[in-house]
Design a protein around this ligand. Structure first.
Ligand SMILES: [Zn+2]
Length: 376
């Protein structure tokens, strides 16, 4: 199992200049290789990452001697990355899963980053050693134990981070006795479990989003190309980053808890695209980042040997009584309680929380899908 740990770096101003230089070198080499690839491809040749790298090295001493000023990975890795990107692109054309064709990296819009192979750095206590640079302070130590396979240094807003990938020896295993759970994800509550437990959408996210709106307005009032506009742009980038962190933190905690407590998890496969068409709902939806929740949950549960069962999004979980299966066809989005009208049901005229009932329905449906219980 491979895990990555992203750690904030505290470089000195000189070190930050080095980072920017290395990232600039990596971007330059990528763009050079891509342009050359396209040119050769159009000329009917068969470019490969290996051939391009050789070609680059032949002219490097004369034309690009400055590429030696930073770690050699800044000019090695882009060839490998480009080769991989083209392989994925061509495979996508074959099997129908279209992947974008590799594009040029722009200084403004692309994320500054460069790679370090595991022989190009060394970890110390709260610091990382990088050739031609020395020790750089890290905000925390590497959290995982295992073989360090590589690292990538990236810039987000005006901070630098190192993302270290580690190959872990053992996967965490779930207790086989862990029970099953159904989860209803929604707008009002981020998640409701079939046990009745609820996770609220965090209010601080809303506050941060308010600030983001203000910062965006400020940005658009500033004159293009001015220093103040640049400042406002950084502020927006920082807020974006902060909101992502806050949201990811919530999602990570929630999914880790669910994955460590339950072995079988039923959840609705949401049609995010359809829901995002509704603009009013879209904000709370992107807040909750349901797609990310599904991805995180699936990977964490599967790592532990559990199973995530996605229930068809057309399954009417909110409108169905979890006990008897009676359907309340006229139920509206604003109805917060579900009341079963089936006289022979144990829940007849009993007010059930809408999301809790839905979570129970999802659990039943998930269990039915894996054949643990019979539908009849
Ligand atoms: Zn009922």
């Amino acid at each position: 199992m491979i895990k990555a740990h992203k750690i904030r770096l505290n470089p000195t101003p000189e070190q930050a200049v080095y980072f920017a230089k290395a990232a600039g070198t990596a971007r330059f080499v990528w763009n050079w290789a891509l342009a050359e690839w396209n040119r050769q491809y159009e000329a009917g040749e068969k470019p490969t990452a290996f051939k391009l790298k050789k070609q680059f090295n032949e002219i490097r001493r004369e034309q690009f001697p400055w590429t030696w000023e930073v770690t050699k990975n800044a000019s090695d890795q882009p060839f490998l990355d480009l080769g991989k990107a083209f392989t994925a692109f061509f495979e996508g054309l074959k099997n129908g899963k279209r992947k974008g064709r590799p594009t040029f990296k722009s200084k403004k819009r692309s994320k500054a980053s460069f790679y370090l192979a595991n022989d190009q750095f060394e970890l110390g206590d709260h610091r990382i050693w990088i050739p031609k640079l020395g020790w750089v302070n890290m905000a925390e130590n590497l959290r995982f134990q295992g073989k360090v396979s590589g690292a990538r240094i990236t810039k987000t807003a005006d901070w630098w981070f190192v993302s270290i990938t580690v190959e872990m020896r053992h996967a965490e295993k779930a207790d086989p006795r862990t029970p099953a759970v159904g989860i209803d994800v929604g707008l009002n509550r981020l998640a409701t479990l079939s046990t009745g437990e609820g996770y609220e959408n965090q209010a601080f996210l809303r506050t941060a989003l308010g600030k983001l709106r203000q910062a965006n307005k400020r940005l658009h009032r500033r004159v293009k190309g001015s220093k103040n506009r640049e400042k406002a742009r950084w502020q927006v980038a920082r807020l974006h980053y902060r909101i992502t962190c806050l949201r990811d933190d919530v999602l990570h905690k929630l999914t880790t808890r669910i994955a460590s407590c339950y072995g079988i998890i039923g959840i609705e496969d949401l049609n995010l695209k359809g829901l995002l068409k509704n603009r009013r709902l879209s904000r709370s939806f992107s807040d909750a980042a349901l797609g990310k929740l599904l991805n995180l949950l699936t990977s964490k549960v599967e790592q532990r040997g559990g199973q995530v069962i996605k229930v068809d999004r057309f399954f009417p979980s909110s409108k169905t009584c979890h006990c008897c299966g009676w359907k309340w066809e006229e139920m509206e989005l604003s109805d917060r309680t579900f009341i079963c009208q089936n006289k022979s049901c144990a829940y007849y005229q009993f007010a059930q929380d809408r999301d809790h009932n839905a979570a129970l329905c999802i659990l039943c449906e998930a269990l039915r899908l894996i054949g643990l219980i019979d539908q009849t």
